[in-house]
Design a binder for this molecule. Structure first.
Ligand SMILES: [Ca+2]
Length: 244
């Protein structure tokens, strides 16, 4: 590694009571230039770009941050990758997508396979007539937020979908945000199922008839974050994660 090793007197180490100096060798970055391959230095820690890992982002990552979907193929991610805490903590879905599909399921979390999803809590991203639709049901009525522009032009687009309780918005490529909200008093999304990308098993039943096809295209750099104190900066999710 081509970097400075810093001594950090305030690192979390149990020290003796005799007042001896307690030090541990630990890498702490101080600027982005210490993080290789385009990584950024956030609070002393290198946050690596996709495909790189290690304390200074100098190692190639064994993880897969992009996936190609076709013929109703899908990926299941364990629900633990998207933890939910309080009803008032913001949760954010970010990804880049490249598709020519006009209709289809991009992301779904709701019931477990075999259960019918009609009327049950869910959170979803999909395409309708080429437009992105962010939809969720918290228990007392759905929210449906649709992008003003179509995104199925075969180019890469960055998608952000965020929600705090019943209030949500979507944003495409740093453009204007479209806001919306769900009805009624419910604030929590209560979902037991895995997070499905690109499609889902038994899609029509699972989605309560909302989707009958997946998308054809690529998704990369998926990030699912739930703001809680002490949460690390967002990292892209490994799309080779073992299905559950
Ligand atoms: Ca609920």
């Amino acid at each position: 590694m081509n970097m400075t090793q810093l001594f950090t007197p305030d690192s979390p180490l149990v020290c003796g009571s005799a007042g001896e100096r307690c030090e541990v060798v630990k890498f702490l970055c101080q600027s982005d230039t210490q993080c290789q391959n385009g990584g950024t230095c956030v609070e002393g820690k290198c946050v690596c770009t996709p495909g790189h890992t290690g304390l200074s982002c100098d190692e190639n990552s064994p993880y897969q941050y992009s996936a190609l979907f076709q013929n109703d193929g899908w990926i299941a991610l364990p629900k633990s990758v998207f933890p939910r805490s309080a009803h008032d903590s913001p949760e954010t879905i970010e990804m880049e997508i490249n598709t020519s599909s006009s209709e289809g399921l991009i992301l779904w979390q709701g019931v477990v396979p075999g259960e019918h999803g009609k009327g049950k809590d869910f959170i979803s991203l999909g395409l309708q007539n080429g437009h992105l639709v962010f939809s969720y049901q918290l228990g007392s009525g759905e929210a449906r937020i649709r992008s003003t522009k179509a995104i199925n032009d075969g180019e890469w687009h960055k998608i952000t979908a965020a929600r705090v309780g019943k209030y949500g918005y979507i944003q495409i490529d740093e453009g204007d945000k479209q806001h919306g909200q769900s009805k009624g008093p419910s604030l929590m999304v209560n979902t037991k199922g895995s997070i499905y990308l690109g499609g889902a098993p038994g899609m029509t039943a699972m989605t309560g008839g909302k989707f009958s096809s997946g998308i054809t295209g690529c998704i990369r750099n998926l990030m699912l974050t739930n703001a809680r104190p002490g949460l690390q900066p967002a990292q892209a999710i490994d799309l080779q994660i073992t299905p559950v």
